[in-house]
Design a protein around this ligand. Structure first.
Ligand SMILES: [Zn+2]
Length: 282
C-alpha cells in the first residue's frame, strides 16, 4: 500500500477504503471529508491545441510530440452530504461509484466547474437524471452562456431533467468566496469558459483546491502558465487566472486536484522561476 502525507493531507491508492490500486481511484482525506478522484478516461493529447507555445518550448516540454491526457471527476463525501464535482462523460464514473459503494441516488449535489461535455456528460441519459435526488450547482454566468447565449443543445439537455433543482450562484475571487456548503467554497476562475468555477474543500484546517480545467497540459502549463488552449473561450483571461490560482496554491501551500491532470491528478505546487513545479501525490 502506498500512502503519503503532503501539505497536511493524507492520500493513498488502496488502503484508505480497500479498493484496488490500479489507476482508477485515488483518495485523500481532507479533515472530515473523504475526497475520491475518479478517472473517467485516459488518452493521448495533441499539442496543436496549445496557444502561444514556441517551438523551443514544445521541443523541451513535450519532446515526444504527444502527451498523456486524462479526464477526471471528484467525489466528496462529508459528514452531512455526498457531493460530486463534475460528472465526466458519463462512462466509468458509474463503475467507480459502484466500487465505492455509492448509489447515484445518494449523491446530494453535483457541483459543476463548467459545461463542457467531458464535465456534464454524466448528468442525464435519455432525458433521465442519472443522479435522481441531486441538486445541480453552477455559476450563473456559466448557465447563462451555454443555455442562452450559445443555446448549446447538450448543455440544455444536461440540466433539463433537474428542473427546479438547478441552482446558480455568483462565484467570487479567490480568498473572498462564500461557502456553498459548510467546508465547500466556490471560486471564480473565468477564462476557460465564461463561468468556469473551482471549488475549495476545507475541514479542520486542511484544504484541497479542486481546480477543474484551470490546466489541460500539465507538462507545459506548469512551467509556462501563460500558455492557453484553443478551446478556452478567453485564452488570455484563462492565462491570467491560472497564474493567480497557481500563486495562491503555492503561497498558501494548498494541495490541488485537476480534471485533466494525470493520475493521481493531485499534488502540491511550488514556484519555480517564472513558472511552477508540480509534485504529484503518489
Ligand atoms: Zn475539460
Amino acid at each position: 500500500m502506498k500512502r503519503k502525507i503532503i501539505l497536511g493531507i493524507v492520500c493513498g491508492m488502496a488502503a484508505i477504503n480497500g479498493f484496488a490500486a490500479d489507476e482508477a481511484i485515488f483518495t485523500c482525506r481532507v479533515g472530515d471529508f473523504t475526497v475520491h478522484l475518479l478517472v473517467e478516461n485516459q488518452g493521448q493529447g495533441n499539442p496543436s491545441i496549445l496557444l502561444g507555445a514556441s517551438k523551443d518550448a514544445l521541443n523541451r516540454y513535450i519532446p515526444g510530440g504527444t502527451y498523456r491526457s486524462e479526464v477526471n471527476t471528484v467525489l466528496v463525501r462529508g459528514p452531512d452530504r455526498t457531493l460530486l464535482i463534475d460528472t465526466g462523460f458519463g462512462g466509468r464514473i458509474f463503475d467507480h461509484l459502484k466500487t465505492l459503494g455509492v448509489d447515484p441516488g445518494q449523491v446530494d449535489a453535483v457541483l459543476l466547474t463548467h459545461m463542457h461535455g467531458d464535465h456534464i456528460g454524466g448528468l442525464q441519459k435519455g432525458g433521465n437524471a442519472m443522479f435522481p435526488r441531486a441538486s445541480v450547482y453552477l455559476a450563473q454566468q456559466e448557465k447563462a452562456y451555454w443555455t442562452e447565449t450559445a443555446a448549446n443543445h447538450g448543455a440544455v439537455a444536461a440540466l433539463a431533467p433537474y428542473g427546479s433543482r438547478v441552482h446558480t450562484f455568483l462565484p467570487k475571487a479567490i480568498g473572498a468566496g462564500e461557502e456553498l456548503f459548510p467546508g465547500v467554497r466556490a471560486i471564480a476562475a473565468f477564462g476557460h469558459t465564461p463561468g468556469h468555477t473551482i471549488y475549495q474543500i476545507e475541514s479542520n484546517g486542511q484544504k484541497l483546491l479542486v481546480w477543474g480545467d484551470l490546466m489541460h497540459v500539465e507538462d507545459i502549463q506548469f512551467p509556462l502558465p501563460a500558455v492557453s488552449v484553443s478551446y478556452d473561450t478567453d485564452p488570455q483571461a484563462a492565462g491570467i487566472v491560472r497564474k493567480q490560482i497557481l500563486d495562491y496554491a503555492a503561497q498558501n501551500r494548498i494541495p490541488i486536484a485537476g480534471m485533466h491532470l494525470r493520475y493521481p491528478a493531485a499534488g502540491g505546487v511550488t514556484a519555480d522561476g517564472a513558472g511552477y513545479r508540480f509534485s504529484p501525490l503518489n
